[in-house]
Design a protein around this ligand. Structure first.
Ligand SMILES: Cc1cc2nc3c(=O)[nH]c(=O)nc-3n(C[C@H](O)[C@H](O)[C@H](O)COP(=O)(O)OP(=O)(O)OC[C@H]3O[C@@H](n4cnc5c(N)ncnc54)[C@H](O)[C@@H]3O)c2cc1C
Length: 496
Protein backbone atom coordinates (compact mmCIF):
# COMPACT_ATOMS: atom_id res chain seq x y z
CA UNK A 1 0.00 0.00 0.00
CA UNK A 2 1.28 3.49 -0.85
CA UNK A 3 2.69 5.82 1.81
CA UNK A 4 0.25 8.23 3.39
CA UNK A 5 -2.93 6.19 2.73
CA UNK A 6 -3.39 5.30 6.40
CA UNK A 7 -3.03 8.94 7.47
CA UNK A 8 -5.58 10.04 4.86
CA UNK A 9 -8.01 7.35 5.96
CA UNK A 10 -7.68 8.61 9.51
CA UNK A 11 -8.78 12.06 8.33
CA UNK A 12 -11.87 10.53 6.68
CA UNK A 13 -13.18 8.20 9.42
CA UNK A 14 -11.26 9.26 12.55
CA UNK A 15 -8.68 7.28 14.49
CA UNK A 16 -11.26 5.37 16.56
CA UNK A 17 -12.94 3.90 13.46
CA UNK A 18 -9.89 2.30 11.88
CA UNK A 19 -7.09 -0.08 12.79
CA UNK A 20 -3.67 -1.22 11.67
CA UNK A 21 -3.11 -3.40 14.75
CA UNK A 22 -1.73 -6.72 13.66
CA UNK A 23 -4.29 -8.67 15.75
CA UNK A 24 -7.20 -6.78 14.15
CA UNK A 25 -5.76 -7.21 10.68
CA UNK A 26 -5.27 -10.92 11.26
CA UNK A 27 -8.89 -11.36 12.30
CA UNK A 28 -10.18 -9.36 9.31
CA UNK A 29 -8.24 -11.75 7.06
CA UNK A 30 -10.88 -14.46 7.67
CA UNK A 31 -14.42 -15.11 6.59
CA UNK A 32 -16.25 -18.46 6.88
CA UNK A 33 -14.18 -19.98 4.06
CA UNK A 34 -11.03 -22.10 4.04
CA UNK A 35 -8.92 -19.07 3.01
CA UNK A 36 -7.04 -16.35 4.87
CA UNK A 37 -4.97 -13.32 4.01
CA UNK A 38 -4.21 -10.18 5.99
CA UNK A 39 -5.26 -6.66 4.90
CA UNK A 40 -3.15 -3.53 5.45
CA UNK A 41 -5.81 -1.50 7.20
CA UNK A 42 -9.43 -1.76 8.34
CA UNK A 43 -11.85 1.17 8.33
CA UNK A 44 -15.38 1.32 9.71
CA UNK A 45 -17.25 4.17 7.98
CA UNK A 46 -20.66 5.35 9.17
CA UNK A 47 -21.84 7.41 6.19
CA UNK A 48 -22.07 7.11 2.41
CA UNK A 49 -19.94 10.24 2.10
CA UNK A 50 -17.13 8.58 4.07
CA UNK A 51 -17.38 5.46 1.90
CA UNK A 52 -17.14 7.65 -1.18
CA UNK A 53 -14.04 9.45 0.11
CA UNK A 54 -12.38 6.15 1.04
CA UNK A 55 -12.99 4.76 -2.44
CA UNK A 56 -11.79 7.97 -4.12
CA UNK A 57 -8.56 7.73 -2.12
CA UNK A 58 -8.19 4.04 -3.03
CA UNK A 59 -8.80 4.82 -6.68
CA UNK A 60 -6.18 7.59 -6.70
CA UNK A 61 -3.59 5.38 -4.99
CA UNK A 62 -4.62 2.12 -6.72
CA UNK A 63 -5.21 0.50 -3.33
CA UNK A 64 -7.41 -2.64 -3.20
CA UNK A 65 -10.77 -2.18 -1.42
CA UNK A 66 -12.58 -5.11 0.14
CA UNK A 67 -16.12 -4.37 1.35
CA UNK A 68 -17.18 -6.44 4.34
CA UNK A 69 -20.51 -7.06 6.06
CA UNK A 70 -20.46 -9.75 8.75
CA UNK A 71 -17.77 -11.91 7.13
CA UNK A 72 -20.00 -15.02 6.96
CA UNK A 73 -19.29 -15.66 3.27
CA UNK A 74 -18.03 -19.16 2.60
CA UNK A 75 -15.81 -18.85 -0.48
CA UNK A 76 -13.19 -16.25 0.50
CA UNK A 77 -15.31 -13.26 -0.54
CA UNK A 78 -13.91 -10.91 2.12
CA UNK A 79 -10.37 -12.32 2.16
CA UNK A 80 -8.09 -9.46 1.02
CA UNK A 81 -6.10 -11.40 -1.56
CA UNK A 82 -3.91 -8.44 -2.44
CA UNK A 83 -3.93 -6.68 0.91
CA UNK A 84 -5.41 -3.16 0.94
CA UNK A 85 -8.32 -1.58 2.79
CA UNK A 86 -11.08 -3.65 4.35
CA UNK A 87 -14.19 -1.46 4.54
CA UNK A 88 -16.28 -2.86 7.38
CA UNK A 89 -19.87 -1.72 6.80
CA UNK A 90 -21.34 -3.19 10.00
CA UNK A 91 -21.55 0.30 11.53
CA UNK A 92 -23.93 1.51 8.80
CA UNK A 93 -26.86 -0.28 10.38
CA UNK A 94 -29.90 1.97 10.41
CA UNK A 95 -33.35 0.83 9.31
CA UNK A 96 -34.24 4.14 7.70
CA UNK A 97 -37.82 3.62 6.59
CA UNK A 98 -40.51 0.93 6.76
CA UNK A 99 -43.50 1.75 4.57
CA UNK A 100 -45.82 -1.24 4.70
CA UNK A 101 -48.53 0.65 2.77
CA UNK A 102 -46.07 0.94 -0.15
CA UNK A 103 -44.56 -2.54 0.44
CA UNK A 104 -40.96 -1.40 0.86
CA UNK A 105 -38.31 -0.60 3.45
CA UNK A 106 -35.03 1.29 3.18
CA UNK A 107 -32.00 0.06 5.12
CA UNK A 108 -28.29 0.65 5.42
CA UNK A 109 -26.07 -2.27 4.35
CA UNK A 110 -24.95 -3.28 7.86
CA UNK A 111 -28.46 -4.16 9.11
CA UNK A 112 -28.54 -7.79 10.21
CA UNK A 113 -31.13 -10.03 8.55
CA UNK A 114 -32.84 -11.26 11.75
CA UNK A 115 -32.98 -7.74 13.20
CA UNK A 116 -34.78 -6.45 10.12
CA UNK A 117 -37.31 -9.25 10.38
CA UNK A 118 -37.99 -8.51 14.04
CA UNK A 119 -38.93 -4.96 13.01
CA UNK A 120 -40.96 -6.03 9.97
CA UNK A 121 -42.64 -8.82 11.97
CA UNK A 122 -44.18 -6.23 14.31
CA UNK A 123 -46.25 -5.03 11.34
CA UNK A 124 -47.09 -8.47 9.90
CA UNK A 125 -44.43 -8.37 7.15
CA UNK A 126 -41.07 -9.99 6.50
CA UNK A 127 -38.09 -10.35 4.18
CA UNK A 128 -38.50 -14.10 3.74
CA UNK A 129 -35.28 -15.32 2.08
CA UNK A 130 -34.12 -17.01 5.34
CA UNK A 131 -30.36 -17.63 5.02
CA UNK A 132 -28.97 -20.09 7.58
CA UNK A 133 -26.68 -17.27 8.77
CA UNK A 134 -29.59 -14.88 9.39
CA UNK A 135 -28.52 -14.16 12.98
CA UNK A 136 -25.31 -12.59 11.68
CA UNK A 137 -25.28 -11.77 7.99
CA UNK A 138 -25.98 -8.25 6.74
CA UNK A 139 -28.44 -7.09 4.11
CA UNK A 140 -25.52 -5.55 2.13
CA UNK A 141 -23.69 -8.90 2.09
CA UNK A 142 -26.91 -10.66 1.09
CA UNK A 143 -27.51 -8.30 -1.84
CA UNK A 144 -24.07 -8.68 -3.37
CA UNK A 145 -24.06 -12.48 -2.97
CA UNK A 146 -27.73 -12.85 -3.98
CA UNK A 147 -28.21 -14.82 -0.78
CA UNK A 148 -31.27 -16.97 -0.22
CA UNK A 149 -32.08 -19.98 1.91
CA UNK A 150 -34.52 -22.71 2.78
CA UNK A 151 -37.62 -20.76 1.69
CA UNK A 152 -36.39 -19.73 -1.78
CA UNK A 153 -38.65 -22.30 -3.48
CA UNK A 154 -41.71 -20.28 -2.44
CA UNK A 155 -40.31 -16.81 -1.71
CA UNK A 156 -37.32 -16.42 -4.04
CA UNK A 157 -33.83 -15.04 -3.46
CA UNK A 158 -32.56 -11.60 -2.40
CA UNK A 159 -32.59 -10.37 -6.03
CA UNK A 160 -36.38 -10.75 -6.04
CA UNK A 161 -36.68 -8.15 -3.26
CA UNK A 162 -34.18 -5.49 -4.35
CA UNK A 163 -36.12 -2.48 -5.67
CA UNK A 164 -33.29 0.03 -5.55
CA UNK A 165 -29.74 0.65 -4.37
CA UNK A 166 -27.39 3.46 -3.51
CA UNK A 167 -23.92 2.46 -4.69
CA UNK A 168 -20.46 3.98 -4.38
CA UNK A 169 -18.78 3.13 -7.67
CA UNK A 170 -15.04 2.29 -7.90
CA UNK A 171 -14.43 5.95 -8.82
CA UNK A 172 -16.03 7.07 -5.55
CA UNK A 173 -19.08 8.47 -7.38
CA UNK A 174 -22.41 7.86 -5.67
CA UNK A 175 -25.26 6.57 -7.85
CA UNK A 176 -28.87 5.55 -7.23
CA UNK A 177 -30.30 2.62 -9.16
CA UNK A 178 -33.86 1.27 -9.28
CA UNK A 179 -36.79 2.98 -7.53
CA UNK A 180 -39.15 2.74 -4.57
CA UNK A 181 -41.94 1.55 -6.86
CA UNK A 182 -42.77 -2.12 -7.27
CA UNK A 183 -42.47 -1.83 -11.06
CA UNK A 184 -39.74 -0.11 -13.03
CA UNK A 185 -38.65 -0.37 -16.65
CA UNK A 186 -36.50 2.72 -16.91
CA UNK A 187 -33.15 1.87 -18.43
CA UNK A 188 -30.51 -0.69 -17.56
CA UNK A 189 -31.29 -2.50 -14.31
CA UNK A 190 -27.98 -1.66 -12.67
CA UNK A 191 -29.29 -2.82 -9.29
CA UNK A 192 -29.60 -6.31 -10.83
CA UNK A 193 -25.97 -6.10 -11.95
CA UNK A 194 -24.88 -5.27 -8.41
CA UNK A 195 -26.76 -8.33 -7.09
CA UNK A 196 -24.17 -11.11 -7.10
CA UNK A 197 -21.27 -8.74 -7.83
CA UNK A 198 -19.45 -9.91 -4.67
CA UNK A 199 -17.88 -6.54 -3.87
CA UNK A 200 -16.13 -6.33 -7.25
CA UNK A 201 -18.17 -3.48 -8.79
CA UNK A 202 -18.77 -1.03 -5.95
CA UNK A 203 -20.01 -0.62 -2.40
CA UNK A 204 -23.72 -0.74 -1.63
CA UNK A 205 -24.56 1.94 0.92
CA UNK A 206 -28.38 1.84 0.95
CA UNK A 207 -30.93 -0.76 -0.07
CA UNK A 208 -34.64 -0.47 -0.84
CA UNK A 209 -36.29 -3.86 -0.33
CA UNK A 210 -39.73 -5.07 -1.28
CA UNK A 211 -41.69 -6.51 1.65
CA UNK A 212 -43.63 -9.78 1.79
CA UNK A 213 -46.68 -10.66 3.87
CA UNK A 214 -45.94 -12.94 6.79
CA UNK A 215 -47.96 -16.18 6.51
CA UNK A 216 -50.64 -16.72 9.18
CA UNK A 217 -49.72 -20.32 9.90
CA UNK A 218 -47.01 -22.87 9.22
CA UNK A 219 -46.38 -26.54 9.94
CA UNK A 220 -43.72 -29.15 9.31
CA UNK A 221 -43.54 -32.84 8.48
CA UNK A 222 -40.47 -34.89 9.25
CA UNK A 223 -40.21 -37.82 6.83
CA UNK A 224 -37.57 -40.55 7.28
CA UNK A 225 -36.25 -42.75 4.46
CA UNK A 226 -34.11 -45.86 4.23
CA UNK A 227 -32.81 -44.67 0.87
CA UNK A 228 -31.24 -41.29 0.05
CA UNK A 229 -32.52 -41.66 -3.51
CA UNK A 230 -36.12 -42.02 -2.24
CA UNK A 231 -35.74 -38.89 -0.11
CA UNK A 232 -34.58 -37.01 -3.20
CA UNK A 233 -37.49 -38.40 -5.19
CA UNK A 234 -39.93 -37.26 -2.48
CA UNK A 235 -38.83 -33.66 -3.11
CA UNK A 236 -39.72 -33.65 -6.80
CA UNK A 237 -42.88 -35.72 -6.17
CA UNK A 238 -44.17 -33.01 -3.81
CA UNK A 239 -43.52 -30.23 -6.33
CA UNK A 240 -45.04 -32.27 -9.18
CA UNK A 241 -48.14 -33.12 -7.10
CA UNK A 242 -48.58 -29.97 -7.47
CA UNK A 243 -47.84 -28.55 -4.03
CA UNK A 244 -45.65 -25.55 -3.26
CA UNK A 245 -43.95 -26.07 0.12
CA UNK A 246 -42.26 -23.14 1.85
CA UNK A 247 -39.19 -25.33 2.43
CA UNK A 248 -37.83 -28.86 2.18
CA UNK A 249 -34.61 -29.50 4.04
CA UNK A 250 -32.85 -32.77 3.23
CA UNK A 251 -30.26 -34.45 5.46
CA UNK A 252 -28.22 -37.54 4.56
CA UNK A 253 -26.96 -40.20 6.97
CA UNK A 254 -23.60 -38.47 7.56
CA UNK A 255 -25.28 -35.25 8.70
CA UNK A 256 -27.92 -37.12 10.73
CA UNK A 257 -25.20 -39.09 12.55
CA UNK A 258 -23.20 -35.90 13.16
CA UNK A 259 -26.04 -33.96 14.80
CA UNK A 260 -27.21 -37.01 16.79
CA UNK A 261 -23.67 -37.56 18.08
CA UNK A 262 -22.77 -33.95 18.84
CA UNK A 263 -26.12 -32.43 19.81
CA UNK A 264 -27.91 -35.56 21.00
CA UNK A 265 -31.07 -34.50 19.16
CA UNK A 266 -32.41 -38.01 18.52
CA UNK A 267 -33.29 -37.71 14.83
CA UNK A 268 -34.31 -41.08 13.26
CA UNK A 269 -31.10 -42.97 12.44
CA UNK A 270 -31.92 -43.58 8.77
CA UNK A 271 -30.39 -43.02 5.33
CA UNK A 272 -32.04 -39.63 4.89
CA UNK A 273 -34.72 -37.34 6.24
CA UNK A 274 -36.73 -34.52 4.73
CA UNK A 275 -38.17 -31.69 6.83
CA UNK A 276 -41.06 -30.38 4.77
CA UNK A 277 -42.55 -27.02 5.72
CA UNK A 278 -45.85 -25.63 4.45
CA UNK A 279 -47.27 -22.20 5.29
CA UNK A 280 -50.21 -19.94 4.47
CA UNK A 281 -53.82 -19.80 5.61
CA UNK A 282 -54.46 -22.25 8.52
CA UNK A 283 -57.02 -24.27 6.52
CA UNK A 284 -54.69 -24.58 3.54
CA UNK A 285 -51.88 -25.62 5.87
CA UNK A 286 -54.03 -28.45 7.29
CA UNK A 287 -54.89 -29.68 3.80
CA UNK A 288 -51.29 -29.48 2.60
CA UNK A 289 -49.97 -31.39 5.63
CA UNK A 290 -52.19 -34.34 4.63
CA UNK A 291 -50.97 -34.22 1.03
CA UNK A 292 -47.32 -34.02 2.12
CA UNK A 293 -47.67 -37.11 4.31
CA UNK A 294 -49.42 -39.02 1.51
CA UNK A 295 -46.69 -38.11 -1.03
CA UNK A 296 -43.85 -38.86 1.42
CA UNK A 297 -45.29 -42.33 2.15
CA UNK A 298 -45.80 -43.00 -1.55
CA UNK A 299 -42.18 -41.96 -2.17
CA UNK A 300 -40.89 -44.55 0.32
CA UNK A 301 -40.92 -42.78 3.71
CA UNK A 302 -40.71 -45.34 6.51
CA UNK A 303 -41.72 -42.83 9.18
CA UNK A 304 -43.54 -39.49 9.11
CA UNK A 305 -44.46 -37.05 11.85
CA UNK A 306 -46.42 -33.87 11.17
CA UNK A 307 -46.48 -31.02 13.64
CA UNK A 308 -47.99 -27.58 14.06
CA UNK A 309 -46.39 -27.19 17.48
CA UNK A 310 -43.85 -24.35 17.35
CA UNK A 311 -41.61 -25.99 19.96
CA UNK A 312 -41.43 -29.25 17.99
CA UNK A 313 -40.73 -27.41 14.73
CA UNK A 314 -38.07 -25.24 16.40
CA UNK A 315 -36.45 -28.43 17.69
CA UNK A 316 -36.19 -29.94 14.20
CA UNK A 317 -34.96 -26.62 12.82
CA UNK A 318 -32.36 -26.49 15.59
CA UNK A 319 -31.17 -29.99 14.58
CA UNK A 320 -30.92 -28.89 10.95
CA UNK A 321 -29.02 -25.73 11.86
CA UNK A 322 -26.64 -27.79 14.00
CA UNK A 323 -25.24 -29.60 10.95
CA UNK A 324 -22.27 -27.32 10.36
CA UNK A 325 -20.95 -27.18 13.94
CA UNK A 326 -21.65 -30.91 14.38
CA UNK A 327 -19.69 -31.91 11.29
CA UNK A 328 -16.76 -29.93 12.68
CA UNK A 329 -16.81 -32.26 15.68
CA UNK A 330 -17.44 -35.46 13.68
CA UNK A 331 -14.02 -36.92 14.36
CA UNK A 332 -10.99 -35.48 16.12
CA UNK A 333 -8.72 -35.60 13.11
CA UNK A 334 -11.13 -33.74 10.82
CA UNK A 335 -12.30 -30.26 10.07
CA UNK A 336 -15.41 -29.65 8.03
CA UNK A 337 -14.66 -27.42 5.07
CA UNK A 338 -16.72 -25.51 2.52
CA UNK A 339 -15.22 -26.87 -0.70
CA UNK A 340 -17.96 -28.12 -3.01
CA UNK A 341 -20.60 -26.87 -0.71
CA UNK A 342 -23.40 -25.11 -2.58
CA UNK A 343 -24.52 -26.54 -5.88
CA UNK A 344 -28.02 -26.48 -7.34
CA UNK A 345 -29.55 -28.90 -9.83
CA UNK A 346 -32.99 -29.06 -11.47
CA UNK A 347 -35.33 -30.38 -8.78
CA UNK A 348 -35.98 -33.73 -10.46
CA UNK A 349 -32.20 -34.37 -10.57
CA UNK A 350 -31.79 -34.16 -6.79
CA UNK A 351 -31.90 -37.98 -6.36
CA UNK A 352 -29.22 -38.47 -9.05
CA UNK A 353 -27.08 -35.72 -7.54
CA UNK A 354 -27.16 -36.89 -3.93
CA UNK A 355 -26.43 -40.51 -4.81
CA UNK A 356 -23.60 -39.46 -7.13
CA UNK A 357 -22.03 -37.36 -4.33
CA UNK A 358 -21.99 -40.39 -2.03
CA UNK A 359 -20.37 -42.55 -4.71
CA UNK A 360 -17.73 -39.90 -5.47
CA UNK A 361 -16.95 -39.52 -1.76
CA UNK A 362 -16.45 -43.27 -1.40
CA UNK A 363 -14.30 -43.55 -4.52
CA UNK A 364 -12.00 -40.78 -3.26
CA UNK A 365 -11.88 -41.97 0.34
CA UNK A 366 -13.36 -38.77 1.76
CA UNK A 367 -16.32 -38.14 4.04
CA UNK A 368 -18.98 -35.88 2.55
CA UNK A 369 -22.12 -34.78 4.40
CA UNK A 370 -24.95 -33.79 2.03
CA UNK A 371 -27.87 -31.64 3.10
CA UNK A 372 -29.60 -28.54 1.86
CA UNK A 373 -32.60 -26.64 0.66
CA UNK A 374 -33.60 -29.49 -1.62
CA UNK A 375 -37.02 -28.05 -2.53
CA UNK A 376 -35.35 -25.78 -5.08
CA UNK A 377 -32.57 -28.24 -5.92
CA UNK A 378 -29.98 -26.41 -3.80
CA UNK A 379 -27.69 -28.87 -2.01
CA UNK A 380 -24.81 -28.39 0.40
CA UNK A 381 -21.92 -30.83 0.69
CA UNK A 382 -19.50 -30.34 3.54
CA UNK A 383 -16.28 -32.29 3.27
CA UNK A 384 -14.29 -33.57 6.23
CA UNK A 385 -10.54 -33.23 5.69
CA UNK A 386 -7.49 -33.68 7.89
CA UNK A 387 -6.07 -30.16 7.75
CA UNK A 388 -2.45 -31.23 8.23
CA UNK A 389 -2.50 -33.88 5.52
CA UNK A 390 -1.60 -33.03 1.94
CA UNK A 391 -3.11 -36.32 0.86
CA UNK A 392 -6.44 -35.54 2.50
CA UNK A 393 -6.66 -32.13 0.75
CA UNK A 394 -5.64 -33.69 -2.57
CA UNK A 395 -8.34 -36.35 -2.34
CA UNK A 396 -10.83 -33.69 -1.26
CA UNK A 397 -9.99 -31.46 -4.19
CA UNK A 398 -10.28 -34.35 -6.63
CA UNK A 399 -13.70 -35.26 -5.23
CA UNK A 400 -14.83 -31.63 -5.51
CA UNK A 401 -13.88 -31.51 -9.19
CA UNK A 402 -15.85 -34.70 -9.83
CA UNK A 403 -18.84 -33.46 -7.85
CA UNK A 404 -19.01 -30.23 -9.84
CA UNK A 405 -18.57 -32.07 -13.15
CA UNK A 406 -21.57 -34.20 -12.18
CA UNK A 407 -23.57 -31.10 -11.21
CA UNK A 408 -22.89 -29.47 -14.58
CA UNK A 409 -23.72 -32.73 -16.38
CA UNK A 410 -27.10 -32.69 -14.59
CA UNK A 411 -27.78 -29.17 -15.85
CA UNK A 412 -26.98 -27.49 -12.55
CA UNK A 413 -24.87 -24.65 -11.22
CA UNK A 414 -21.79 -24.73 -8.97
CA UNK A 415 -23.36 -22.24 -6.58
CA UNK A 416 -27.02 -21.76 -5.75
CA UNK A 417 -26.62 -19.10 -3.08
CA UNK A 418 -23.12 -18.73 -1.56
CA UNK A 419 -21.41 -17.25 -4.62
CA UNK A 420 -18.05 -17.77 -6.29
CA UNK A 421 -15.12 -15.67 -5.02
CA UNK A 422 -12.12 -18.05 -4.70
CA UNK A 423 -13.43 -21.49 -3.75
CA UNK A 424 -15.80 -21.79 -6.71
CA UNK A 425 -13.82 -19.78 -9.23
CA UNK A 426 -12.35 -22.57 -11.41
CA UNK A 427 -15.70 -24.36 -11.56
CA UNK A 428 -17.67 -21.18 -12.29
CA UNK A 429 -15.30 -20.55 -15.20
CA UNK A 430 -16.30 -23.97 -16.56
CA UNK A 431 -19.98 -23.31 -16.04
CA UNK A 432 -19.94 -19.81 -17.52
CA UNK A 433 -17.23 -20.33 -20.13
CA UNK A 434 -18.96 -18.32 -22.86
CA UNK A 435 -19.91 -15.34 -20.67
CA UNK A 436 -16.66 -14.82 -18.73
CA UNK A 437 -15.41 -12.36 -21.33
CA UNK A 438 -18.59 -10.27 -21.03
CA UNK A 439 -18.11 -10.21 -17.23
CA UNK A 440 -14.50 -9.05 -17.65
CA UNK A 441 -15.65 -6.21 -19.93
CA UNK A 442 -18.24 -5.03 -17.41
CA UNK A 443 -15.65 -5.13 -14.63
CA UNK A 444 -13.14 -3.21 -16.73
CA UNK A 445 -15.68 -0.58 -17.71
CA UNK A 446 -16.71 0.13 -14.11
CA UNK A 447 -13.39 -0.53 -12.37
CA UNK A 448 -10.54 0.05 -14.87
CA UNK A 449 -7.93 0.20 -12.11
CA UNK A 450 -9.20 -3.09 -10.67
CA UNK A 451 -9.35 -1.86 -7.07
CA UNK A 452 -12.60 -3.51 -5.97
CA UNK A 453 -12.02 -6.91 -4.32
CA UNK A 454 -9.38 -7.87 -6.92
CA UNK A 455 -8.31 -11.38 -7.86
CA UNK A 456 -11.70 -13.02 -7.34
CA UNK A 457 -14.19 -14.88 -9.54
CA UNK A 458 -13.05 -14.81 -13.21
CA UNK A 459 -9.76 -13.18 -12.14
CA UNK A 460 -8.82 -16.07 -9.85
CA UNK A 461 -6.07 -18.23 -11.35
CA UNK A 462 -5.08 -21.68 -10.13
CA UNK A 463 -6.82 -24.21 -7.94
CA UNK A 464 -8.78 -23.64 -4.76
CA UNK A 465 -6.44 -25.20 -2.19
CA UNK A 466 -4.64 -21.90 -1.78
CA UNK A 467 -4.16 -19.25 0.91
CA UNK A 468 -5.50 -21.76 3.41
CA UNK A 469 -6.37 -20.74 6.95
CA UNK A 470 -4.95 -24.01 8.29
CA UNK A 471 -1.34 -23.41 9.42
CA UNK A 472 -0.40 -27.09 9.72
CA UNK A 473 -0.90 -27.63 6.02
CA UNK A 474 0.70 -24.34 5.04
CA UNK A 475 3.81 -25.13 7.07
CA UNK A 476 4.33 -28.28 5.05
CA UNK A 477 4.14 -26.12 1.92
CA UNK A 478 6.53 -23.51 3.38
CA UNK A 479 3.82 -20.88 2.97
CA UNK A 480 2.59 -19.41 6.24
CA UNK A 481 0.17 -16.58 5.42
CA UNK A 482 2.09 -13.73 7.02
CA UNK A 483 5.49 -14.85 5.73
CA UNK A 484 4.72 -14.83 2.05
CA UNK A 485 1.40 -13.23 1.42
CA UNK A 486 1.46 -9.89 3.23
CA UNK A 487 4.13 -7.73 4.83
CA UNK A 488 5.20 -8.40 8.42
CA UNK A 489 4.32 -5.78 11.10
CA UNK A 490 7.76 -4.12 10.87
CA UNK A 491 7.47 -3.88 7.08
CA UNK A 492 4.00 -2.38 7.44
CA UNK A 493 5.14 0.39 9.73
CA UNK A 494 8.14 1.02 7.50
CA UNK A 495 5.77 1.51 4.57
CA UNK A 496 3.58 4.14 6.23
C1 LIG B 1 -23.51 -20.94 9.15
C2 LIG B 1 -23.69 -20.29 7.81
C3 LIG B 1 -24.88 -20.52 7.12
C4 LIG B 1 -25.07 -19.91 5.88
N1 LIG B 1 -26.26 -20.12 5.24
C5 LIG B 1 -26.51 -19.46 4.09
C6 LIG B 1 -27.77 -19.64 3.44
O1 LIG B 1 -28.64 -20.37 3.88
N2 LIG B 1 -27.96 -18.96 2.28
C7 LIG B 1 -27.00 -18.13 1.75
O2 LIG B 1 -27.25 -17.52 0.72
N3 LIG B 1 -25.81 -17.98 2.34
C8 LIG B 1 -25.54 -18.60 3.49
N4 LIG B 1 -24.32 -18.44 4.11
C9 LIG B 1 -23.30 -17.59 3.46
C10 LIG B 1 -23.34 -16.11 3.90
O3 LIG B 1 -23.93 -15.97 5.17
C11 LIG B 1 -24.08 -15.24 2.90
O4 LIG B 1 -23.39 -15.19 1.69
C12 LIG B 1 -24.32 -13.80 3.38
O5 LIG B 1 -25.14 -13.14 2.46
C13 LIG B 1 -23.04 -12.99 3.57
O6 LIG B 1 -23.37 -11.81 4.29
P1 LIG B 1 -22.27 -11.03 5.13
O7 LIG B 1 -22.90 -9.83 5.71
O8 LIG B 1 -21.61 -11.94 6.11
O9 LIG B 1 -21.27 -10.62 3.99
P2 LIG B 1 -19.70 -10.78 3.95
O10 LIG B 1 -19.31 -12.19 4.17
O11 LIG B 1 -19.07 -9.79 4.84
O12 LIG B 1 -19.41 -10.35 2.44
C14 LIG B 1 -19.87 -11.14 1.38
C15 LIG B 1 -19.50 -10.46 0.06
O13 LIG B 1 -20.21 -9.26 -0.04
C16 LIG B 1 -19.33 -8.13 -0.19
N5 LIG B 1 -20.01 -7.06 0.55
C17 LIG B 1 -20.47 -7.09 1.82
N6 LIG B 1 -21.15 -5.96 2.07
C18 LIG B 1 -21.10 -5.21 0.94
C19 LIG B 1 -21.62 -3.94 0.57
N7 LIG B 1 -22.35 -3.21 1.40
N8 LIG B 1 -21.36 -3.48 -0.67
C20 LIG B 1 -20.62 -4.21 -1.57
N9 LIG B 1 -20.12 -5.40 -1.27
C21 LIG B 1 -20.36 -5.91 -0.02
C22 LIG B 1 -18.01 -8.58 0.33
O14 LIG B 1 -16.94 -7.92 -0.30
C23 LIG B 1 -18.04 -10.05 -0.06
O15 LIG B 1 -17.65 -10.18 -1.40
C24 LIG B 1 -24.07 -19.06 5.32
C25 LIG B 1 -22.88 -18.84 6.03
C26 LIG B 1 -22.69 -19.46 7.26
C27 LIG B 1 -21.41 -19.19 7.99
Amino acid sequence: MKRGVVEELEKIVGKERMSTKIADLYVYGFDASIHHRTPDVVVRPTTTQQVSEIVKLANRTRTPVIPRGAGTAMCGHTVPLKGGIVVDLAGMNKIKEVRVEDLYCVVEPGVIYDRLNVELGKKGFWFPTTPGSGEACTIGGMVVTNASGMRAIKYGATRDYVLGLEVVLPTGDIIHTGTKTLKNSSGYQIDRLMVGSEGTLGIVTEITLRLAFKPKASAMTLAAFNSLHDAGKCVSNIIAKPLLPSAIELMDSVTIKAVNKCMNVGLPDVAAICMIEVDGHPTAVDDELKIVEEVARASGAVYTEASKDKKRIDYWTYARKAIMPSLSRYGEAFVSVALADDMAVPISRVPDAVTAFQRIAQENGVIVGTYGHAADGNLHTKMLVEPGSDDSWTRGERAVGQIFDKVLELGGTVTGEHGVSITKAPYMKKERADSIEAMRKIKKALDPKNIMNPGKMFDWEGNVIAHLRYPAFLETKGCMPDKTCTPQPEEKSAQK
